[in-house]
Design a protein around this ligand. Structure first.
Ligand SMILES: O=P(O)(O)OC[C@H]1O[C@](O)(COP(=O)(O)O)[C@@H](O)[C@@H]1O
Ligand SMILES: [Mg+2]
Ligand SMILES: [Mg+2]
Length: 339
């Protein structure tokens, strides 16, 4: 976690996102406002997708579009809508020169080569829950480009590695809509007040509990989990921890972040490399988690240390309260010792 330049005033709950962003910008002598504007562009797209999600059932936004994305998954209408809305907001905002999305195979060039930033995004997370009114989300990760400003961006701008993110976060479309993000100094949550059209600071400086009693994984895959994970889940059950699995990564992560818990998506026979995507699901949540005191790992290393090699690469993903993740890793060590 980075240490922020000292700032006299801590903003109270109730502060608008806009005011909060301006306030943070002033803490950095050399800040020029582009990242601030980019965060506002993401918030704008979030408000539009909030509206679409809320009335999805009314305006026939449920169901599939009949196409598959690069992952071979059937695209839901809201996957495509959210993808289009975020791309449009980030393009019109002119701060972003290129982005990658779960819904698109290659790099999307915005045509604004003077943009200083690139974005990796999961426009709609938890697609299997869209049609049944269960919480879903958006996940985003922001890098300062490494190719020269003014030139054509390239894949290397996206292959910088998790530690190089300058900001990351998610939007949760649940019983309320929340934007939770970090620039590496603190993690803050803003609840959307649709009547004002504003995101309002409601969860300042979020810190994860050191331990927890909630575990989140798809029990249906249990038979194909490796021994270490099975052993860890047995311990959770013996201790009568609560099994909670929404099936939307953002929603499961958010609950566990606030209450103390662990989310597990191990390798399975269907997804031997894990299911979740490094650049726009695991890196951003791991970056955010690190600032709150959570741990994010796969069975070999910290998620932020994984070397990126392709835009849509996957990894096993374990994230949550440090004591719980450490205990899972202990199970892996024991398995290794035993063999
Ligand atoms: O249905 P499964 O295999 O449990 O997978 C659920 C996981 O997959 C995801 O839906 C993958 O994300 P997308 O919905 O963005 O593709 C996660 O949100 C969720 O945690
Ligand atoms: Mg997702
Ligand atoms: Mg998605």
């Amino acid at each position: 976690m980075k240490t922020a330049p000292a700032h006299p005033e801590v903003l109270p709950v109730g502060t608008t996102l806009d005011r909060y962003i301006m306030h943070r910008q002033h803490a950095f002598a050399f800040a020029t406002g582009e990242l601030s504007q980019l965060l506002r562009d993401i918030a704008l797209a979030g408000k539009i997708v909030h509206r679409e999600v809320n009335r999805a059932g009314l305006i026939d936004l449920t169901g599939e579009v009949g196409l598959q994305n690069v992952q071979g998954e059937a695209q839901q209408k809201l996957d495509v809508i959210a993808d289009v809305r975020f791309r449009r907001a980030l393009t019109n905002g002119k701060e972003v020169c290129a982005l990658i999305s779960e819904e698109e195979e290659g790099i999307l060039f915005t045509g604004h080569n003077n943009g200083k930033y690139v974005v990796a995004i999961d426009p709609l997370d938890g697609s299997s829950n869209i049609d049944v009114d269960v919480s879903i989300g958006t996940i985003f990760s922001i890098y300062r480009r490494i190719t020269p400003v003014g030139s054509e961006p390239s894949v290397e701008d996206f292959m910088q590695g998790g530690h190089e993110q300058v900001a990351a976060g998610y939007i949760l479309y649940g019983s309320s809509t929340m934007l939770v993000y970090t620039t590496g100094y603190s993690v803050n949550g803003f609840t959307y007040d649709a009547s004002l059209g504003e995101f309002i600071l409601s969860h300042p400086d979020i810190k994860s509990p050191k331990n927890g009693t909630i575990y989140s994984c798809n029990d249906g895959n249990l038979d194909s989990y490796d021994e270490a994970v099975k052993k860890y889940l047995t311990v959770c059950r013996q201790r009568q921890y609560s099994a909670r699995y929404i099936g939307s990564l953002v929603a499961d992560f958010h609950r566990n972040l606030l209450k103390g818990g662990i989310y597990l998506y191990p390798p399975t026979s269907k997804n031997p490399d894990g299911k979740l995507r490094l650049l726009y699901e695991c890196y951003p949540l791991a970056f955010l988690a690190g600032v709150t005191g959570c741990l994010a790992v796969n069975e070999q290393e910290a998620i932020l240390n994984i070397k990126p090699v392709s835009l849509h690469q996957r990894t096993p993903f374990y994230i949550g309260a440090p004591k719980m993740v450490d205990e899972l890793l202990e199970c892996y060590k024991n398995e290794k010792r035993a063999h």
